[in-house]
Structure formats: structure tokens, C-alpha cells
Design a protein around this ligand. Sequence first.
Ligand code: ADP
Ligand code: MG
Length: 362
Amino acid sequence: MVKNNEFVKFDNVDKSYDGKVLVVKGLKLDIAEGEFVTMLGPSGSGKTTCLMMLAGFETPTNGEIYLDGNAISNIPPHKRGIGMVFQNYALFPHMTVYENLAFPLRVRKIPKDEVDKKIDKALSMVALQGFETRMPMQLSGGQQQRVAVARSLVFDPQVVLMDEPLGALDKNLRESMQYEIKHIHESIGVTVVYVTHDQTEALTMSSRIAVFNDGKVQQLSSPDELYERPVNSFVAEFIGENNTFEGTVSDIAGDSCKVKLTNGIEILANPIFVKTKGEKTIVSLRPERALINPKDKMDNNHKGKIEEVIYHGDHTRVRINLLGNDQFILKIPNSTSNLDIKLGNDINVGWNSKDSRALDPK
Ligand code: ADP
Ligand code: MG
């Protein structure tokens, strides 16, 4: 079977609730069959609105959404073959686990003899066989969310939507549920569209991540691509930790440019956003891409002073005053020898220009 790369397709979708402000702007997003795509972004950036339109509870103001090649605007929610798990889309409190799972099957008029088989299969996916007669209030928060996941899968949907499904759980449980949902996805291959504002969750779970800000997708990439090669300052700031230098392009040729900082010092950078001399830019550098007193020559090498050293178990976090930025962060794995890393030490900081990305000035 040929995989459909446009299994879910947002085709130039706008959404306005009040007829004035667009909260989703020109959304173009193709999701492949079997993919796990996460919409990641700050609160209010339009993620839930997109899921609601896909589920059929909201209508696009402009544009169209396609599911497996069919425009879905005129198909009611329960006929779209979409399962849902929402943080606030709780289980029916007055129904047993079994009845909660039977509900979506009855709505879809699944024959009685298949109902038990499907419920059994769905409960085994979330390791809750034997819980059929429990009421939701007799389950822990994690177990309730696992039932909600089972309920979203029980009728073999084409697509499952999950909107911050782990938001109410504590950190350890949230992390183990992330792997659990990821493994369920891997084993059954259903298409998942997941929403979170938690970057770690998105990086852990997704095949691709669409970073939302202000109703627009800023970047759609695999987790590693997003972290290693953010296309703009928003993404660089939102995903992971980021050191920045503001300046103006003083020279540019091919895949390298010089950026003159406000203090007059020049650094070498990778011109991602900038094209010409004189443009303003913010240079972005990940904390683990810089080295203290590097043995080999690196094309950026500048003197700095260690302002703070914090031990983090697997790595040490060092704050450095560098080129007028006293919030420059560097991370060093604790397996390396850290002889030079003492508070107040004068050190050299080196990095390669390909790792300092000259992005938009915002
Ligand atoms: P997110 O899920 O990323 O936090 P939402 O899609 O919930 O963002 O919201 C996007 C914007 O739309 C916000 O400004 C929010 O206030 C507004 N909004 C969301 N739902 C409604 C609604 N039902 N009526 C009016 N405005 C809404
Ligand atoms: Mg939301």
C-alpha cells in the first residue's frame, strides 16, 4: 500500500471567531498516514482551534480540510472517524470503564459481538484489562487518562486527536504516559495529531512538530531538525536553550557572514535569515555547541569570565560573561574533566560559525 502523505490536509485554513481577528492564519499542513504530528506553541497560538476544526466542532472561516482526500467541512463530527482525548474531555463519571468504551461503538452501531472484542483489545493496549467494572472515580488520574486513550482508539479511528492529554498529571506519570502513548502509536500505526505547549513532550513523542505562534506555523520539522536548525528567532527561543547576540551584518559571502555586535566586536555566523550587509540580526547558539578552552582551533574564539557554575548530575551548567552578554550559558557533560571550570576563571570560549545562526531580529 502506498502511504498517503496528505492523509490530513489543512489547505489555507483561516479561522476567526469574531469576524475580525484571525486566530489561525493561512494554515497549510499536510500530515502523512500513520504519522505522529504535534502542534506545539504557547497558549493562545491557535492549536486547539485547529484540532476543533479537524474534529468538526468548529468550521474554518476560509480554506478547507481534507481527510484521506475528502473535504470534510460538511461531514458531522461523529462521521469523521476521529478519536479524541482532551485534558478536559473527561470520562463519563456515571458509567463503568466498559460502558465508557462501549459508548463510541454504540454511536457507530457496531454489532454487539464485536463490541466486547474491541473493548478487550483497547484495554489491553493501555494495560487495563480487568478494570471493566470500575467507575472512573475508582481509578487514579493516570488510569483515567489511559481509559480515555483506550476510548479514543476503541472504534479503530482513522485519526486520533489529543489535546494536552497529560496536562493534569504529575511529572513522572506524564513522562511514562508519553512513552506509553508513543509505543501504542508505534504498534498500531494510527495517525495522531497531538497538541501540547510542552517542548520536551513534543520532542519525545513526535515524528514531526509544527511550531505555532500567533496563529501561524513557524516551522514544521522533525524534532532534531527543529532543535539543530531553527529557522527563526521564535523557534530558537521556544525550543531548548539558546544564547543570543544582537548585531548587524558587516560582511556576507556564501554560507558565512560576519556580524558586528553593539560593542564593535565581530563574530562569524551562518546566514540563515540575513542576505545582505547592514541587516540587523540575532545570532543564536545552543549552549552545548560552545567549548571552554578548546584544544583545536575554532573559527570563533573569545575571552570570557565564569560567573556561575551549577552542577546538574549529568552535566554542568556554566554562566559566562562573554562579549558583553553576562547570561551566556554553556553546558558541559560531567564525564569530561572540568579543571578549567571554576568561578571567576578567565577562559576562552570557542565555537564553529556553522553553529551560530544569524536569524531574524524579531
Ligand atoms: P491554544 O490551544 O494554542 O492555546 P486556542 O486555539 O485555544 O489556542 O485559542 C486561539 C485564540 O482564539 C485565543 O486568542 C483564544 O482566546 C481564542 N478563542 C479560542 N476559542 C474561542 C472561542 N470559542 N470563542 C472566541 N475566541 C476563542
Ligand atoms: Mg489549547
